[in-house]
Design a binder for this molecule. Structure first.
Ligand SMILES: Cc1cc2nc3c(=O)[nH]c(=O)nc-3n(C[C@H](O)[C@H](O)[C@H](O)COP(=O)(O)OP(=O)(O)OC[C@H]3O[C@@H](n4cnc5c(N)ncnc54)[C@H](O)[C@@H]3O)c2cc1C
Length: 503
């Protein structure tokens, strides 16, 4: 073991002992939740020298990208900062990461070239592509938006979850400033007058920090601190969103239990466990799925969705998870029975965590709405944009009646990360201040990581300037992010392109 690694190991063991003995622990910034947003926040703050504690209730880092089985970064503008660093590290490991191109799609079935209609969409590794190719989503309107165009322009980043979690940890450890507390849940917050004073952890520790970042995915810290939260679809009048329903509803995006299939030598239909019906649980057909090839050739199968959001809310997480496990078996069985190609694989893994796309969101100093998405960067007038996004509005399930694709990237203002009225708390995860429609576009993993990078950088600036988080000057924050190679302009500046070309 090299000397640096040994020192880090000793210091993190020492930190854990200190916490266990003292029951109280102090740091500059406490990041709660170690998914994409939390990782970005912790790494940015630790790289800038802050003493960081990263609290994660599961036994590994990565959140939805690892335990939820979401093994792929969809194409997304602006994800040039920490996500690119992570990609470069992953590239050093065998079969850890690749770039995909669009493959077959049921909607564009061509009987002359294909033997069956693909039961959804497929993306396949394409060794000729680069990270730069994955940095654009928005699609042209009209005639140009063809399958051929999509094949040429749609690229994303599939990865091996095990490599992802290890690499995240290695990057954090390399800073020498981040204590990672796994198997440790946030339980309660002591908050008053717009400040969180301390938080209580499941191991009995009281964690004090000057700044806090909520990256729990569902805004658990914000909710416990008494921040105003949103849930479900907002009414059209509330934010004047043209595609919002007339009256508010409790509907949320559908949930998916992702599973993996591995090639086998002999063709075989795996028997369905006796207690599970081969019939579809929905009135018509089994849902389509997105199939994305892992770098090693295994299949990642992402039903769109496994369960409607309403049913998920009615059942609660545990019952919904159990039901989705049955649905995975039935779905796979249906594919194997109907399509010979899938008999060349066996179901090898079901994600341990249900993939939840949408839950509660905080009301921040600014609420990002569909109007921001439709205006695009050229039409937005915000002085504090800290990351770009361009994914289509994308609700999985029965309520996806909106215009979908965007024609230009848009920006996320720093104020979306500041819960309204709070002074030392930021939210860097899919629970940030977005309406339901904006969240359906903005929630991609790399976008969350970029928001995390902005949150960690803002905390470092706040400490340096000795101010509260809302007082961090937007121009200083944006300048610091540009220095870290974050894209804030569109089209991409030439110098940034040149930097990315050197992958
Ligand atoms: C099925 C599905 C498919 C998707 N497909 C894609 C895709 O193809 N490409 C893409 O880019 N994005 C995709 N997304 C979106 C993207 O994966 C998520 O929006 C993103 O990963 C969310 O990141 P996050 O940091 O907000 O939350 P998460 O990754 O969910 O992280 C939250 C973390 O907080 C931890 N936590 C929660 N509560 C506590 C607590 N009390 N104490 C301590 N820790 C806590 C959790 O254990 C978790 O690790 C998909 C999402 C889903 C669900």
């Amino acid at each position: 073991m090299c000397r640096r690694k040994l020192i880090l190991l000793v210091s993190s063991v020492f930190a854990s002992l200190l916490i266990a003995v003292a029951g109280e622990y102090d740091c500059d910034v406490a990041v709660i939740g170690g998914g994409s947003g939390g990782f970005g926040a912790a790494l940015a703050a630790a790289r800038l020298g802050l003493d960081v504690a990263l609290v994660e209730k599961a036994d590994c880092l990565g959140g939805s990208s690892v335990r939820g089985g979401v093994n792929c970064w969809e194409m997304a503008v602006g994800t040039t900062g920490i996500p690119f660093d992570l990609y470069k590290e992953l590239k050093r490991l065998p079969n850890a990461v690749s770039i995909y191109s669009f493959g077959r799609h049921g909607g564009t079935f061509d009987p002359k070239r294909e033997t069956f209609r693909y039961p959804g969409g497929e993306t396949v590794s394409d060794p000729g592509r680069r990270y730069l190719d994955t940095l654009q989503r928005y699609v042209p309107r009209g005639d140009k938006n063809t399958p051929a165009y999509r094949r040429e322009h749609w690229h994303g980043v599939p990865f091996e979850p095990e490599a992802m979690t290890k690499t995240m940890r290695a990057l954090l450890d390399a800073t020498g400033h981040c204590r990672v507390l796994l198997n440790t849940a946030f339980v309660a917050a002591d908050a008053s007058e717009g400040y969180i004073r301390s938080i209580q952890l499941s191991n009995g520790t009281r964690l004090c920090a000057r700044y806090f970042v909520d990256s729990t995915g569902d805004g658990a810290v914000c909710a416990a601190a008494g921040c105003q939260m949103m849930f479900g679809q907002e009414s059209r009048n509330r934010f004047n969103e043209p595609d919002a329903p007339e009256t508010a509803t409790r509907r949320v995006n559908g949930v998916t239990l992702i599973y993996r299939a591995t090639p086998v030598k002999e063709l075989r239909i795996e028997p369905l466990p006796e207690a599970i019906s081969a019939k579809c649980w929905w009135t018509k057909n089994f849902p389509g799925a997105h199939v994305n090839h892992y770098p090693n050739g295994d299949l990642n199968i992402n039903m769109l969705p496994t369960m409607e959001g309403d049913q998920f809310m009615r059942l609660g997480y545990n019952a919904a998870h159990a039901e989705c496990q049955r649905r995975v078996r039935a779905h796979w069985h249906d594919w194997q029975v109907r399509i010979e190609e899938f008999r060349r694989y066996r179901l090898s893994w079901i994600a341990p965590a249900l993939g939840v796309r949408e839950s509660r969101r905080v009301v921040g100093e600014y609420v990002l709405t569909e109007n921001d998405l439709l205006a695009g960067l050229s039409g937005q007038k915000h002085p504090d944009i800290i990351c770009l996004a361009d994914h289509m509005m994308d609700t999985h399930g029965g309520h996806s009646k909106h215009r979908g694709d965007l024609i230009e990237p848009y920006g996320v203002p720093y104020r979306c990360l500041i819960p309204k009225g709070y002074r030392n708390l930021l939210v860097a995860c899919r629970a940030a201040s977005f309406t339901s429609l904006a969240a359906s576009s903005c929630r991609l993993a790399r976008t969350m990581m970029q928001m995390g990078q902005a949150a960690g950088t803002a905390a470092a600036l706040a400490k340096q300037l000795n101010v509260d988080l809302p007082a961090v000057p937007a121009d200083r924050l944006r300048a610091a992010l540009r220095q870290q190679h974050v894209q804030l302009e569109h089209p991409m500046p030439a110098a940034l392109r040149a930097y990315l070309e050197k992958e």
